[in-house]
Design a binder for this molecule. Structure first.
Ligand code: ATP
Ligand code: MG
Length: 774
């Protein structure tokens, strides 16, 4: 152990050697905070602290696993196995399962992912007959999520007139009711969403002092990585748990706080010293990760922020190459630059793909990079896109498995009750939902008692519902006797899922079958692993929990060698020898949505600081002068963040721009054709405008897009009623141009007398006349 500690510098050793008491390590990127945590845990164990008494909270499960492996190298595998290490969500899901009954939940509760939550909220909005353009399900979920993370329960919401008023002012007066329904429905389904895992833990620790005491006694040493990004709910949990022994060690960097938009509260780190008595504060100053140029450039960037703690970061590493700045005309060219540079570097220096990372502000930017990498045959992996477990066919299989564990799980049930098709239609499902709400039971329970409830279903439908119930129950019996792999294979066959995909026969269908096979392989691995540990049958419930809380980073086994593509948010804590930060453009990075206040802009700058400090050896900043965004090609100008770095650290790969990009108005170009400014300017809906009265003397051209007023199409519509008036100049398919002289009749019988330039006066039934106003 001494040997390991001596590899740390003095500043790093101090928080490792202080065994007890509260402490905080505040230090810049790459200064060894995570390493200090790892060595500290190993050291505690070598001093006789039982692994059972240590709790370590990390940003990803992958980080936890890696730390565990390093600790195992030092203290041995058997010891390390008992450590509780993981993300807030995974650790507290574990505790909640043990204590679920106290909160009225089954211990096999389901964890709803975002998709499940959004769908449920959508259904509630529909049932309440609200406008889903006003109550957008994703937005509503975001709102509910922020309530939960601030520990505002439904009851607290209704006791708080300010919150209600705020929602009413933003045209969502019924937010509270949606929140209430959502909470009730989750409860009825035996489900918790991600935020519940924290909210319910708080509730558990608050309401049950004996439970709190039990875990306080258990977790005598608590360690938290990336403390700057904890939200209020997480903060309270950590505080409560550490309240007995005060052996709490948190590490973080205020300059890397990048989750304020999700409720992270930078004050948690700033106020830590006030929360406990005798807090030891440690600072680390030496960066071991990056070359000097990068460290100094990053300092240069973060210096521009006003809200920050004063910190010194220096490095003894080589100066290294300057940061390369590359301008391209378009985003595709940017992609080609990235791909060809990776290709050349790999060739020249014999580097693996895993040495390269491409970081971007928004997920949508990955496409052009992917295209270019594919053309060069460079393998890559995207983190944060549609993850494996989010794919439709995988979610379908998982939904069946979720029902096996928890048949009350409404989202899983709705997903597969009629997939593959078994003749259970939407009307039936709606009736079941209504009945379930009425009886305050789950849909599955209603189905179990379908004989006793009068839902006006015919006997055929009832039989189908009963068959479904029987099928799920038969799976449950198998689950009691066989391992998870056997069960899953059985489920894919018995439900007809695989047959359905085979019928499809398209390459996509085949790819889906392969994905299901991959899932089966994953489950096999899992069950084998379980057998090794405790000889138990592979526990399906545990597998599902792993899946529910898996982040994309967690899946990365590092087995295959690929270039990493991810958003900057996901890259926190990671490091790569070569890092490309792409899309360095105003409105993209900093994001147009985050430039309204100084604090938003400062958060963007911190994000840039995080991005830059991921690089060990070489960083690239690339930007394009035009880029497709929302289907349109838009002009862009270089990000202010490039300008904020002193030129001495930069190496411009193409001559510096002379053009003044900033303040140049954006130009919209239709991707399907030439610029049509008249279209752009007059893109308001026609129907909402009053009819244009053109007198014969002033034949102004009508710039509105020509719109057919064919009677057949528009019969009875308001367009038909209002758009044609005496004086309109119209175009007829056969008679050409003419002017309306009079109009008579109503609705389908409406006729117009039109004086055509050629052909004279004619009376036409508007229902059939294909007229266009010009
Ligand atoms: P971030 O703020 O990005 O999370 P960090 O402060 O957690 O960074 P680490 O990831 O722990 O930094 O360390 C950065 C790199 O420096 C790692 O590769 C780590 O192994 C290495 N490192 C840390 N301390 C030392 C040291 N004393 N000697 C050699 N290498 C070190
Ligand atoms: Mg770290």
């Amino acid at each position: 152990m001494q040997n390991i500690i001596s590899q740390l510098n003095e500043a790093q050793q101090a928080p490792v050697l202080q065994k007890d008491g509260p402490m905080i390590v505040i230090a810049g990127a790459g200064s060894g905070k995570t390493r200090v945590l790892t060595v500290r845990i190993a050291n505690l164990m070598s001093q006789g602290v039982d692994a059972f008494n240590i709790l370590a909270l990390t940003f990803t499960n992958k980080a936890a696993r890696e730390m565990k492996i390093r600790i195992a190298d030092i203290v041995g595998n058997n010891e390390a196995k008992n450590l509780w290490m993981g993300t807030f969500h995974s650790i507290f899901a574990k505790i909640l399962r043990i204590e679920a009954d106290k909160l009225g939940y089954p211990s096999n509760f389901t964890i709803y992912d975002t998709q499940d939550s959004v769908r449920l909220i959508g259904a509630i909005i529909k049932e309440m007959q609200l406008d889903k353009d006003v109550y957008k399900p994703k937005q509503v979920l975001g709102r509910i999520s922020s309530y939960k993370n601030s520990l505002i329960t439904v009851k607290a919401y209704f006791n708080n007139p300010d919150l209600q008023e705020a929602d009413a002012m933003s045209k969502k007066p019924r937010m509270g009711e949606i929140y209430q329904h959502y909470v009730e429905r989750c409860f009825k389904s035996g489900a918790m969403d991600f935020d519940d895992l924290l909210l319910k833990t708080n509730e558990l620790l608050n309401r049950f002092p004996d439970v709190l005491a039990k875990y306080q006694d258990r977790f005598r040493y608590i360690l938290v990585d990336e403390y700057q990004d904890t939200n209020h709910s997480q903060y309270l949990i950590v505080r409560a748990l550490s309240d007995r022994f005060h052996n709490i060690c948190v590490v973080g960097d205020d300059a890397q706080s990048i989750y304020a938009f999700r409720g992270a509260n930078i004050n948690n780190i700033l106020n830590f010293q006030k929360d406990y008595d005798n807090v030891q504060m440690y600072r680390l100053e030496q960066n071991y990760r990056s070359s000097r140029n990068i460290v100094e450039a990053a300092n240069n960037v973060i210096d521009k922020n006003k809200t920050k703690l004063d910190k010194v970061v220096w490095t003894a590493n080589d100066e290294g190459p300057k940061i390369k700045v590359h301008r391209s005309l378009t985003d595709s060219e940017e992609g080609r630059f990235v791909a060809s540079t990776i290709f050349e570097q790999k060739m020249q220096h014999q580097l693996p793909n895993g040495n390269f990372a491409v970081l971007y502000r928004t997920n949508a930017q990955s496409r052009s990079i992917e295209d270019a990498l594919r053309k060069r045959d460079i393998p890559y992996r995207i983190y944060g896109g549609l993850s494996f477990y989010q794919r439709k066919e995988i979610k379908d299989v998982l939904a069946y498995l979720r029902l096996v564990i928890n048949p009350k799980d409404e989202e899983a049930l709705i997903r597969v009750i009629n997939y593959p098709a078994r003749g259970i239609g939407n009307t039936t499902i709606e009736k079941l939902t209504v009945a379930a709400n009425h009886y305050k039971r789950s849909i599955f329970e209603v189905m179990e008692h379908i004989d006793k409830i009068d839902l006006k279903l015919n006997s055929g439908t009832k039989a189908k519902l009963q068959d479904f119930v029987t099928m799920i129950k038969s799976f449950q019996i198998i689950n009691e006797n066989q391992d998870a792999f056997y069960l899953t294979e059985h489920v894919t066959k018995k439900t007809g899922l695989v047959q359905e995909l085979k019928k499809d026969g398209t390459p996509e269908g085949i790819a889906r079958i392969e994905n299901i096979e991959e899932l089966l392989n994953g489950i096999k691995d899992f069950t084998e692993g379980q057998k090794e540990v405790d000889g138990a049958r592979g526990a399906l419930a545990e597998f599902l929990e792993d899946v529910a809380l898996a982040t994309d980073l967690d899946k990365d086994t590092g087995d295959d060698d690929r270039v990493a593509l991810m958003t900057i948010h996901l890259a926190k804590g990671l490091e790569f020898p070569h890092v490309f930060i792409v899309g360095m453009e105003e409105d993209l990075f900093p994001s147009a949505m985050s430039m309204n206040t100084r604090s938003e802009l400062e958060e963007e700058r911190r994000l840039f600081y995080v991005a830059l400090t991921r690089a060990e050896h070489q960083a690239y900043l690339t930007y394009a002068q035009s880029r497709y965004r929302w289907g349109k090609l838009v002009d862009s100008e270089p990000s202010r963040f490039i300008e904020e770095i002193n030129d001495q650290y930069l190496d411009y790969l193409n001559p510096v721009d002379t053009g003044n990009y900033r303040y140049k108005p954006m130009m919209d170009i239709d991707i399907f054709g030439d610029i049509d400014k008249s279209k752009l300017r007059l893109s308001k809906p026609i129907a909402s405008k009053p009819p244009v009265h053109l007198s014969a003397e002033v034949p102004k051209p009508n710039l509105r897009k020509l719109k057919p007023v064919s009677g057949v199409k528009t019969q009875g519509s308001s367009l038909f009623e209002t758009n044609l008036t005496v004086g309109n100049v119209v175009m007829h398919e056969r008679f050409g141009k003419g002017q309306i002289v009079s109009i008579e009749g109503i609705g389908a019988d409406k006729k117009a007398e039109i004086k055509f330039d050629v052909g004279g006066l004619k009376k036409l039934l508007l229902k059939f006349a294909k007229l266009e106003v010009i």
